[in-house]
Design a binder for this molecule. Structure first.
Ligand code: MN
Length: 252
């Protein structure tokens, strides 16, 4: 693999055709420019199970499968909004689901990939909720409910998360710096790419440990696609964070 592109936090939803349209243009433009695409979570703003039929899901699956057919490996990671995406939908996309943390190996580089919510350890309410909903038994029970029940639950969870988020301080909502270093040290790596916080940036890290003799690391944060697209490009030359022009309203 010589070039990988990474995106996250598209938060696709039927009420935002502008984002969907930008995403599809992006996908159509990348097939000759990369060997792999990683979607690092929150592709959808909400996902209540692979059995929910929607036009949006069908069109996303179709576009991703076209990219897969053109020879690009597609890797799909769960976010905190779409962690219920299952093997069935991944197969429809021609994608493979990857667990976090996932190690991207490209030429001489090894980079830790995450959605990012697991790094926000200071948000203890959320970490508790996350532990619950990531249990296989919780998910099995949830998916056995009617679509209507699941929709109602998702809507309530979204409203609660919105009001809780506005009440929490800004640093609680960001990653815990010590947790970033702890994970990198545990994995013996120096570079990380994640999304989730919607705070796109390239952070240079001074590591309190050495990786291959070096004590410099980097944490690259992908942006959310709310007003414009963001992606990371990883080549043998390193990692860059790129932005796309603002979305335009589209009829499609
Ligand atoms: Mn997220």
């Amino acid at each position: 693999m010589h070039k990988a592109l990474l995106v996250s936090d598209l938060h696709l939803e039927p009420s935002r055709p502008d984002i969907t349209s930008s995403f599809f243009s992006f996908l159509r433009s990348v097939h000759t420019r990369c060997n792999a695409l990683f979607i690092l979570g929150d592709l959808f703003d909400v996902w209540i199970g692979d059995d929910e039929e929607s036009e949006l899901a069908a069109s996303v699956a179709r576009e991703l499968h076209l990219l897969h057919d053109s020879g690009v490996d597609i890797h799909l990671m769960h976010g905190n909004r779409d962690f219920l995406i299952g093997a069935e939908f991944a197969a429809r996309c021609g994608a493979q689901l990857v667990e976090e943390p996932h190690i991207l190996e490209l030429e001489m580089q090894r980079i830790v990939l995450l959605h990012g919510d697991v790094l926000c350890t200071r948000d203890s309410d959320y970490m508790e909720f996350r532990a619950m909903v990531r249990e296989k038994s919780w998910q099995a029970e949830f998916c056995s409910r009617s679509l209507q029940d699941r929709q109602a639950y998702a809507e309530k969870a979204r409203a609660q998360s919105k009001s809780a988020t506005s009440a929490k301080s800004s640093d609680i909502m960001d990653v815990t710096p010590e947790e970033v270093l702890r994970l990198l040290e545990e994995l013996g790596l120096s570079n990380m790419i994640h999304g989730h916080t919607h705070r796109p940036a390239v952070h240079e890290l001074d590591l309190p440990f050495a990786v291959g003799g070096a004590t410099q690391g980097r944490r690259v944060v992908l942006g959310a696609w709310d007003t414009q697209g963001w992606y990371c490009e990883v080549t043998e030359a390193g990692i860059t964070l790129e932005q796309l022009p603002p979305h335009t309203q589209s009829a499609s």
